[in-house]
Design a binder for this molecule. Sequence first.
Ligand code: CTP
Length: 401
Amino acid sequence: MSASDRQRRALVCVTGCIAAYKACEIVRLLQKQDIDVTVCMSEHATRFVGPTTFRALTHHKVAVGLFDDPEDPIHHISLAQWADIVIVAPATANIIAKMTHGIADDLMSTTLLATRAPILVAPAMNAGMWEAAATQENIDTLARRGVHIVQPDSGYLACGEIASGRLPEPADIVDRALAVLGSGGPLQGERVLITAGGTHEPIDPVRFIGNRSSGKMGVALAYAAQALGAQVTLVLGPHSVRVPASITCITAETASQMLDAARAAFDECSIAVCAAAVADYAPCRPADHKLKKDVERLDRIELEETTDILADLSSRKGDRTVIGFAAETSDVVLYATRKLATKGCDAIVANDVSRDDSGFGADTDQAWWIDATGAQELPCMDKSDLARVIFERALALRTEG
Ligand code: CTP
């Protein structure tokens, strides 16, 4: 089985630092991305978190000592070869120095020297140790050799100082790991534009016309594209989900702002996926002051049609692949097939947003893939899985076309 056919594997190396407990969250977040995780701990790390915790989380033996596994006399080599990525988090000044100088005197350092997998280092230490010339020069050397470094955050450190040296947020470390794992994937060299979230069309400075979009599908698409190797631009309207720090995100409030941002990013991209729930109508003349409650009936708010972003991009798509969504509550395939024709895109992902397991806010989606060859019902799946399927099909469209 080739590496691309099987589950991806991450070796998380935990060193002796107060932030070691945060590695549990890193493990969990990697697993949520369907990555098989094994943990290697330094002897010192075991003083901060027990190996049993990681064993229970990963269902793999936790690697600590060079000679702990009698069945595997060359444990460091098998670990080094097993991993598709090695993540050192938290990384102490000591392991950074060992990596820089090729010191291999325990299981972790020998594994780090032996591996050919990409290495991601997330340092965490006291500010003085971080700022020390030795550490800074070691970090520069590692970066020059192609080791990926997640810079430490500033904030409250265990020693009481407020300074640089804090382990970055586990989610940010995992985002970087996904980006590293994605390089070399089927979307390597591609720029992908994704519109996501909803829009807010102002009625006055405090009120707006909005919709229920959470942005979940669009952010899942951004994750998937990045994990497949693409550079992603996310044009994001109002949303309620976290956006990975590693993704270029342009925020837009209104349909018109989203149109401008999408048009600007479209020139550079080779695939565009319009997943945003864009308002079809916006108030013609939003009031520049708060409307007062001085009438019994508010007869009308005059609305005008917004520009259809998907149709606009599709009209000048050239050899780009453009995918749209269709949110329907009845006759899903019929309406979505009409949208494919009227909007001029290459494919539509249609779903029934009246179902509990599909559409706004849900974690899963039961969708139809509709392109020039017809409609195909997809099984109900996680939005992250659907996002992958969408890119696989977008790439297939290109090779078929
Ligand atoms: N879309 C867009 N710009 C708009 C309206 C819709 O880019 N102003 C895109 C959405 O991002 C989606 C597709 O068009 O990819 C279909 O959106 P949907 O809300 O399902 O349909 P509408 O075109 O708005 O039509 P209707 O409301 O009549 O179903």
